[in-house]
Write a protein that binds this ligand. Structure first.
Ligand code: 7TS
Length: 414
């Protein structure tokens, strides 16, 4: 990934856009939100866009010819177009709105997987996947007897790409991998992984839940066949996610859920599927949430994805130096040059839940647990980690507070 050296994000101005960041966890203790990997906070621009929609244009879409229905439809389809532009998709109809990244991956497993994978076919995943990109394939493996193999994670938190080359000799049908790990922070070389997968004849799915919110992702530049992500991790609302799929693939796939909007024609015993993207969007979709997603994209692009990535990189580098200097903390994952704004760590003899609880008393929100990546934690032989994650609104002062909090934790438990 290209790194921009100059960091021209006006973080004070950004912070003023996020009402929750003005909040005190208790009197005199401001919130230090270091859990954006789980879900980001929302700026006024998103909250107000959704509020405006409900106040002035709310109606169901695609079904009415009254003014509000037309406005709501235009906003919803406008959000699709905006999303396509944001990730460099060639066509708006290649954007399917789902509930979240998890549903987007499940959609591919249920429809593409069930149509195109046969017993014995190989699907390659990695050892650093979120459960969202593991369990759907395990379900399919149990049903279809497909084979799952995993690109190993090395001690340094990077993927073992020599082993990937060996796995590719077995001619996989699908390579599905996370663009960025939600635990190690590792940014995987997606372009190279995809190029090699295609050379071996495989289709590719990129789990972009942690990449799309944090740096510029262009599906055509990557060559990705599928890309999944969630709005709520990119300053947008919960309840809406995205599946990008190349047109030919989406057209060849059977529908996912059945119901209204996904059909062209229905008789008592049969139906004809609608064209993409509607074929995959049964029932009333998350309309206000699509409006919120479009506002989030406008917001992020207004600041510039390069500026956001540069800010996060600088903060991560600083945080790693500060945390490492403590000596009583072990950080998992690669050096800052290969990672996004995620730092998962352990402190010998102290449970991550205790660390998290003590930090919370100082208003510092971090996450403790396996972060829906149990196999990765098993690999490193640890049940749980504490994870601090950074986004566009975080500051060096907040990193300093985290570090002071960790010193306090050590003092309390020694
Ligand atoms: N893929 C990755 C890499 C993720 O980090 C997550 C969520 C998902 C998929 C699923 O996203 P969802 O919106 O469908 O839930 N990760 C996390 C996390 O790290 N802590 O909480 C959710």
């Amino acid at each position: 990934m290209e790194r921009v050296v100059a960091n021209n994000l006006d973080v004070a101005r950004v912070r003023a856009d996020f009402p929750v960041l003005q909040r005190e966890i208790k009197p005199g203790v401001p919130l230090v939100y270091l859990d954006s990997t789980a879900s980001s906070q929302k700026p006024l621009q998103v909250i107000e866009a959704m509020d405006r929609y409900y106040r002035s244009s709310n109606a169901n879409i695609h079904r009415g010819i009254h003014t509000l229905a037309e406005e709501a439809t235009a906003l919803y389809e406008g959000a699709r177009k905006r999303t396509a532009e944001f990730i460099g998709a060639a066509r708006a109809r290649e954007i399917i709105f789902t509930r979240n990244a998890t549903e987007a991956i499940n959609l591919v497993a249920y429809t593409w997987g069930r149509k195109f994978l046969q017993p014995g076919d190989l699907v390659i995943l990695t050892e650093m996947e979120h459960h969202a990109n593991l369990v759907p394939w395990q379900l399919l493996a149990a049903e279809r007897e497909i084979r799952l193999e995993f690109i190993p994670v090395r001690e340094d938190g990077l993927l073992n790409l020599e082993e990937y080359d060996r796995l590719l000799e077995q001619k996989p049908k699908l390579v599905s991998f996370t663009h960025m790990s939600n635990v190690l922070g590792t940014i995987n070389p997606a372009e190279e992984i995809i190029r090699k997968a295609h050379e071996a004849g495989a289709v590719t799915l990129v789990d972009g839940a942690q990449s799309v919110p944090h740096f510029a992702v262009d599906v055509q530049k990557l060559g990705a066949d599928f890309l999944a992500f969630s709005a709520h991790k990119m300053c947008g609302p919960t309840g809406i996610g995205v599946l990008y799929g190349r047109q030919e693939l989406l057209e060849a796939m059977p529908p996912f859920l059945g119901g209204g909007d996904m059909i062209k024609k229905v008789e008592l015993r049969s139906f004809q599927s609608n064209a993409i993207p509607h074929k995959f969007e049964a029932g009333t979709p998350a309309i206000a949430e699509a409006v919120g997603l479009a506002a989030a994209i406008d917001y992020l692009q207004g600041l510039g994805m390069e500026a956001i990535a540069a800010h996060e990189h600088e903060l991560t580098q600083y945080a790693m130096e500060q945390i490492r200097a403590l000596e009583t903390v072990d950080i998992f994952g690669p050096e800052a040059e290969h990672r996004g704004g995620v730092i998962a760590f352990t402190m010998e003899g102290i449970h991550p839940h205790d660390i998290s609880q003590v930090l919370d008393t100082d208003g510092i929100a971090v996450r403790a647990g396996h972060h829906c990546a149990m196999p990765l934690h098993l690999k490193f032989n640890i049940p749980a980690t504490t994870r601090a994650s950074f986004y566009l609104y975080n500051t060096r002062e907040e990193v300093d507070k985290l570090v002071r909090g960790l010193v306090k934790v050590r003092r309390m438990f020694s």
